[in-house]
Design a protein around this ligand. Structure first.
Ligand SMILES: Cc1cc2nc3c(=O)[nH]c(=O)nc-3n(C[C@H](O)[C@H](O)[C@H](O)COP(=O)(O)OP(=O)(O)OC[C@H]3O[C@@H](n4cnc5c(N)ncnc54)[C@H](O)[C@@H]3O)c2cc1C
Length: 462
């Protein structure tokens, strides 16, 4: 990057947006050098904290003029390196654009700025008897803009789908600074190309999202959680198609194998329910009334065979106790090894048992400690491998071998290399496996149409 141009851009940004929004203080820049991706960071030259669409538009026009890279950033919780400024340049943070503009109860829509934290929106919708269903496990700390850029999912995808299923309108800013509006509070829209479909999952490489229209649904009046322990992961996973084929559609079906349960126990240092079981299924069922749910529960009891008791949680305290283990999984891996490889491959639901078995055997053959959990209801498997005491060189050589094995296996079973975390930096060398050479060429042509000078998030996706 041309340093003179960067300095000119920094001066012009401060002049145009005001010095308070343009940061060059090294201590503050440090926070923007990383996200939640293990072992990666790079300092930006400048951080812009935009407060309005106009700030974003002016900042982009200036960066375009000087050919300076721009890295859009939400809350920095991404786990594939999407918000890391690998080529330096300007991090453009929308964390201060965090207003819920409107909850329209009558039409069942929310209109929000991108920096709104996902849980804040969920709580606001609930006050109106409505639900915003996408629920990434990071919902307390991640932002809606980041969810859109990554196509985030979560446990409730099995019944309610992912972020992409709720976006009905967007305002976004192109690299040139032009502001585009598409869709709105409308359920149907057949006017022209589907820009929303292109922007959702574009990982900050095409445009900066500045306003979002989201569909809401009526909040289910009753929600009950169940913890079902099993002797083995195969036994647990084999239950999933049986439930769905028998018209029991839980809002979440999460699985956790025994090595994960052990890591959580090591982290929490307290008794956790059924800590010696071979696997856990954590199931959430929601519905119109307790009576309806209890009827489903009766049927579920007849369909599931396990020697263990099924724990049923109805109160907030009981539910928190059941979900505490699941919510602690990522932290428990970090606790055991600050450097680790985390993945979110997806396969068709019916292939999860054989996929997990293959992966576990492969990792055991390499004497690698791993923890696997995921969303059994939608086939999304989180495979985490711990570096522990391995020397850095051996680890760097091993990670690409592991990735290739996992991704090729997932694709051979009809799956793909990411279900919700995106490609970012950590999977870009493997995208061709998933979308083909021709698919990558087409993606590059789409990028050129949105971002002809290639200033957005260089080094990501492909
Ligand atoms: C403990 C933990 C649990 C997690 N669980 C889940 C999970 O269950 N499901 C899941 O899907 N993810 C999960 N994640 C990953 C992460 O939280 C999601 O990817 C989330 O969507 C990122 O949002 P963010 O606001 O932090 O985005 P950031 O990390 O700031 O950015 C992510 C990407 O989006 C781009 N971006 C951000 N805002 C904008 C914008 N306004 N316009 C254009 N581009 C933008 C950035 O350039 C970057 O490429 C988890 C992460 C952690 C740490």
């Amino acid at each position: 990057m041309n340093k003179t141009n960067l300095n000119k851009a920094a001066d012009e940004l401060a002049e145009s947006l005001g010095r308070d929004k343009v940061i060059i203080d090294a201590d503050i820049l440090d926070k923007y050098s990383r996200d939640e991706t293990s072992g990666m960071s790079q300092l930006p030259a400048v951080v812009v904290r935009a407060k309005t669409t106009d700030d974003v538009s002016r900042a982009l026009a200036i960066c375009s003029k000087y050919g300076v890279p721009v890295i859009p950033r939400g809350a920095g919780t991404g786990v594939t390196g999407g918000a890391i400024p690998v080529k330096g340049g300007v991090v453009l943070s929308v964390e201060k654009m965090n207003r819920i503009i409107e909850i329209d109860k009558e039409n069942m829509f929310a209109v929000v700025e991108p920096g709104v934290i996902t849980k804040t929106l969920q709580d606001a919708a609930l006050e109106h008897g409505l639900m915003y269903p996408p629920d990434p496990a990071s919902l307390d700390i991640c932002s809606i803009g980041g969810n859109i850029a990554e196509g985030a999912g979560g446990p409730r995808a099995v019944k309610y789908g992912t972020t992409k299923d709720y976006v009905t309108g967007l305002e976004f800013v192109l690299a040139s600074g032009e502001v585009i509006n598409t869709g709105g509070k409308i359920v149907k829209n057949a006017a022209g190309y589907n820009f929303i479909g292109i922007i959702v999952g574009s990982e900050g490489t095409l445009a900066i999202v500045t306003k979002i229209y989201l569909r809401l649904v009526p909040a289910p009046p009753v929600v009950i959680d169940l913890l079902i322990p099993f002797d083995s992961i195969e036994e647990a996973l084999n239950v999933v198609p049986v439930l769905l084929q028998n018209r029991i559609i839980p809002s979440a079906i999460e699985f956790m194998e025994k090595d994960t349960i052990k890591l959580v126990k090591d982290l929490l240092k307290e008794d956790i329910p059924f800590e010696n079981a071979g696997a856990h299924l954590l199931i959430q069922i929601d519905g119109e009334s307790r009576e309806n749910i209890m009827r489903d529960l009766d049927r579920l009891n007849k369909l599931i065979h396990t020697k263990y008791e099924i724990l049923v949680a109805e109160s907030k305290n009981q539910k928190d106790r059941l979900w505490k283990t699941r919510r602690s999984v990522r932290e428990s891996v970090k606790n055991a090894s600050s450097i680790f490889f985390g993945d979110d491959t997806v396969v068709p639901r019916s292939m999860v048992p054989v996929f997990i078995k293959d992966i576990k055997e492969f990792l055991n053959s390499k004497s690698l400690r791993s923890a696997i959990w995921g969303h059994a209801g939608d086939g999304n498997c989180h495979i985490n491998i711990l570096k522990e005491n391995m020397d850095d060189g051996k680890w760097s050589d091993l990670v690409p071998v592991i990735k290739k094995y996992i991704y090729q296996k997932a694709i051979s079973y009809g799956g793909t290399i990411t279900g919700e975390h995106g490609i970012g930096l950590t999977k870009k060398n493997y995208l061709e496996l998933a979308v083909s050479k021709e698919g990558i060429e087409l993606s590059k042509r789409i990028k050129a149409a949105f971002d002809p000078d290639m200033i957005f998030n260089p080094g990501k996706i492909f």
